[in-house]
Structure formats: structure tokens, C-alpha cells
Design a protein around this ligand. Structure first.
Ligand code: BG6
Length: 488
């Protein structure tokens, strides 16, 4: 039952980025190293993120010694650090109401153990927020988007160490105190469920540094510490700014049963439940029993301190935000079935869906299904903070980028959102397109996997002028926003 296109009056349209994928300037103004500065570019083909994610202490040692000529794409990214005024001006021209970005912890504390923050890092973000406000753009700020400070990785074994909670809380407090007058919407950890899929970037955990404990157990422990840190940050923000909204952020993976066999349905239900296991904690304030069973069933346990349960209860989030790109299928027995690559997970290929050039299966109906599932489960306002299409854009002879495929993707997903709001009764408060300006891909570290409405002249090897060019989709998104989603 499709209904006409309609969005709430104050719907927050905009775009999203993350510090490590756009800023560059990796050593400037007192910024400390993050793990992202140590991830090399690898020729792994379009979809093999597992090879890209493989990482050990030897890779880290090589990164520490690597010279200027070595290809570590996040070190340069798209140099947003020096281009932010020009870029935010372009966002404003598209009519953005909101801009999602993340703060790099290592800019605020060069070393997370420092007592005093780095004033130059603070000044950078303060200027950026002022620039947003100048155009009436609301910043939506992620405190931690896949860039743990390197000192945590090397000296604490990442989030496995409980001491990291206090270091994070100190950092979060500084952000709230110094930026709270500009920022009304906060997110604590990006894709908070992701550590079990990529422990290095989510948790700063390198497997060969754990020979005293099963690595998976260490990840569950590190996840517990992030849950506590997040809850403490939520509480502090609420105390300082009672009107501020703090959300959780999850990877909204979506699977369908491959057949109607009960076994496939059960496998699918269990897979889908695992998508929610950590957000359940952030919304309901306690571990769900099925997650505790999962941990104990593997013979692991989590070390908790007295008071942890109360901390989780006191740090319940105000809204639920998520990334959504694609869907795939789940079967009880996947042997012999075609698999489709996706957002850091593989699933069984769905014969009814088209795929992007990277094999991600495009599915706007899956977005509507996801919105309904999330709203029925949590009854909290929802915010889509990532959605988009990575594609190999070409600059045509006329100097323009004709990306009709991106406009099509956007149109279909906006329609799905409208249906979820108007037919299904979902409370959706905003939408930020991922990579509103081309940026370095998270999973493949390619620049050639482009998401933006704005093209950045730079290739996978760092060649290019960094010039910004509006794509055809730039004007299209402008029209979508100007009509509040009614003119597609
Ligand atoms: C999300 C991440 O998982 O997907 C982003 O939060 C990432 O950081 C985005 O960029 C798209 O993935 P990719 O691998 O195409 O960059």
C-alpha cells in the first residue's frame, strides 16, 4: 500500500562522513596517530574485504616505518581538514539541514592519556561547527567512528582494557563541554555491533597480541567496555545538556530466509537477532538473555564490575540511528549457494535483487522492512545516518559526472522511507546520505568507490588535484530536499 510522498515538516535531510575517511592532515596541529593511519592500500579486487581486513602486528610495524611514498589512503583522505569551508558551502547549497561527521579522538587528545586536551584540535572542530551554523546546518556528531588512537592499540590492547573506559569518558566530556553549544545530536560509537566483524578498527584489537585468552572472548570483553563507556557518555551529556539527544548507531543488516523451509527461517531469525544484540543493551539498559547465552554457550564469560548493570540502565539512548545499504539471504546450510559480498559480511545471494559494482545487493524495500522492524522493536525515533551507493563514477568529456544510477538509488530509498512513515507509522526523524562528498572507502580503502554528490579528483594512489566537482546527483538531491522529499 504505497502512499503519496510526504515527510515531517522538520525532517533532517543531509549527508554523512567520518573523520578518518575525509580529514587527512594526519600529523597536523598536534594530532596523534590512529589505527587508520596504519592501514595500507591493498590491491584486493572489488569485494574481498576479508583480505583487506586481515591485519597483524607485523603490518603495524611496517606502517610505523613507512615513508611518505607509501600508500596509506587515510593519511591524506580528501583533505577535508583544509577544504571544510568550501565543502560545507556546497552542502549548504544542496540545502542540508544536518551534517553528520565524526570527531577524531586523537585530535582532541594527542595521546589519550594526556591530562589536557589539544587546543588546536578543539579549535578545528569549533570552527567547523560555526561554519555549519552559519548556514543553519545542524551537526550530528559521532564520537568514535572506527579510529581508535594508536596508543590504545599498542599499550592497552584496545578496548579489551577496562582503563580505556575512563580515557574515553574524559574525551567525551571534553567534547560535550566544548562543543555542546553547537551540537544537539550526538552518537557514541559508529556501528556499535561491528567489533565482532572487524576488531581492529572497531576495538583496536590485533589478534596476535592475544595469546593469553581466546580472541573472541577478548572481543566480547571489549564490547562490554564500549557499552559501559557509551552509557556513561550518554549520562554525562544528559546532565550537561538536558535537551541534547544522544543516539546509538547500528549496522542495520537485513537478511531474508533463502527458502520457506523452517530450518532456513530459524537460521534467519537467529541471524537477524544477532544484528540487534548490542543495540538492545543501549535501548533497554541491560544485556538480552540470548546474548548472555551466546557468550556462555561458547564457554566465555565477561568480567563485570559492581555497578556496571546500573550504569547500563542509566545510559539509555534517546534515538536509534543506523546504516543501511543492502540485504542478502540466510540459509541453515549455505554449502553450494552463491554468496554476495556486502557491508563487512557475506550473505547468500538473492536472485531477485540487482547488485552494485561491488556486489552489494540494492534493496529499497529492505529499508522499509528495516524501519518497521526497528520501530516495532524499540519504539524510539529512528535516524538513517548512512545510506548510499558506491560506484565507479567517470568524468565525461563535457567535464561532468552523469550519475543517473545514484539518483535512481536515492529516489527508491526515499520512496521507501515515505511509505514507512506514512503507511507503517514509523517515527523517522532524518536521513543523511553516506559519503555526500567522495571519500576513502572503509572496507576497500579505495577512492574509486565513490558515494558522493560531489566528485573529488583523487585516485586510489593519491594522484589528483583534490578539486571538487558537482555531479548530476548534486542538483537532484537539492531538489529532493527543497521539496521536502515530494519531488523525486
Ligand atoms: C559503513 C561505515 O559500514 O559503511 C562507513 O560506517 C563506510 O564508514 C560505509 O564507509 C560504506 O562502506 P565502504 O566499505 O563502501 O566504505
Amino acid at each position: 500500500n504505497q502512499v503519496s510522498l510526504k515527510f515531517p515538516k522538520n525532517f533532517l535531510w543531509g549527508g554523512a562522513t567520518a573523520a578518518n575517511q575525509v580529514e587527512g592532515a594526519w600529523k597536523e596541529d598536534g594530532k596523534g596517530w590512529t589505527i587508520q593511519d596504519c592501514l595500507p592500500y591493498r590491491e584486493v579486487g572489488f569485494s574481498d574485504f576479508t583480505k583487506q581486513f586481515a591485519y597483524n602486528s607485523k603490518d603495524l610495524q611496517e606502517a610505523l616505518k613507512a615513508g611518505e611514498e607509501a600508500n596509506y589512503p587515510k593519511r591524506r583522505a580528501i583533505d577535508f581538514y583544509h577544504h571544510y569551508k568550501e565543502d560545507i558551502k556546497l552542502f549548504a547549497e544542496m540545502g542540508f539541514k544536518v551534517f553528520r561527521m565524526s570527531i577524531c579522538w586523537s585530535r582532541i587528545f594527542s595521546d589519550p592519556r594526556d591530562e589536557k586536551p589539544n587546543e588546536k584540535g578543539i579549535a578545528f572542530y569549533e570552527e567547523m561547527f560555526k561554519e555549519c551554523k552559519k548556514y543553519g546546518i545542524e551537526p550530528l556528531v559521532t564520537l568514535s567512528h572506527y579510529d581508535p588512537p594508536l596508543a590504545l592499540v599498542q599499550d592497552y590492547r584496545g578496548w579489551y582494557s577496562r582503563e580505556v573506559i575512563d580515557l574515553f569518558v574524559k574525551y567525551a566530556r571534553v567534547c560535550f563541554e566544548r562543543f555542546g553549544k553547537y551540537v544537539n545530536y550526538w552518537l557514541t560509537f559508529n556501528e556499535v555491533d561491528a567489533m565482532l566483524r572487524h576488531p581492529v578498527t572497531s576495538g583496536g584489537l590485533i589478534e596476535d597480541m592475544f595469546d593469553d585468552i581466546p580472541f573472541e572472548q577478548a572481543i566480547y570483553q571489549a564490547m562490554h567496555h564500549q557499552m559501559i563507556a557509551s552509557a556513561k557518555a550518554v549520562k554525562i551529556c544528559h546532565e550537561l545538556y538536558p535537551n541534547a539527544q544522544v543516539g546509538c548507531m547500528m549496522t542495520k543488516l537485513c537478511f531474508y530466509p533463502f527458502t520457506c523451509k523452517p530450518e532456513d527461517n530459524l537460521a534467519n531469525q537467529q541471524r537477524m537477532r544477532s544484528v540487534y544484540r548490542y543495540v538492545d543493551i543501549q535501548v533497554f539498559g541491560e544485556y538480552p538473555k540470548y546474548l548472555l547465552n551466546e557468550i556462555s554457550g561458547k564457554g566465555y564469560h565477561i568480567n563485570k564490575e559492581e555497578g556496571d548493570d546500573q550504569i547500563l540502565k542509566d545510559g539509555i539512548v534517546d534515538f536509534v540511528s543506523f546504516s543501511y545499504y543492502m540485504t542478502s539471504c540466510m540459509a541453515a546450510d549455505t554449502s553450494g549457494l552463491d554468496m554476495a559480498p556486502g557491508n563487512t559480511v557475506n550473505g547468500v545471494k538473492n536472485p531477485y535483487l540487482p547488485s552494485s559494482e561491488w556486489g552489494w545487493q540494492t534493496d529499497p524495500i529492505g529499508l522499509r522492512i528495516s524501519l518497521v522492524e526497528l520501530y516495532d522493536r524499540y519504539r524510539k525515533p529512528l535516524f538513517i545516518v548512512e545510506n548510499g551507493l558506491g560506484a565507479k563514477d567517470k568524468v565525461s568529456e563535457d567535464g561532468k559526472i552523469h550519475d543517473a544510477y545514484r539518483m535512481e538509488y536515492l529516489k527508491d530509498h526515499v520512496k521507501a522511507m515515505s511509505d514507512a512513515i506514512n503507511a507503517d507509522g514509523v517515527d523517522l526523524i532524518g536521513y543523511t546520505w553516506w559519503g555526500c562528498i567522495d571519500l576513502v572507502s572503509e572496507s576497500t580503502r579505495q577512492m574509486s568507490k565513490r558515494y558522493g554528490f560531489i566528485y573529488v579528483d583523487m585516485d586510489d594512489y593519491g594522484n589528483g588535484t583534490m578539486k571538487r566537482i558537482k555531479k548530476d546527483s548534486f542538483d537532484y538531491y537539492k531538489q529532493v530536499i527543497a521539496s521536502n522529499g515530494e519531488n523525486l
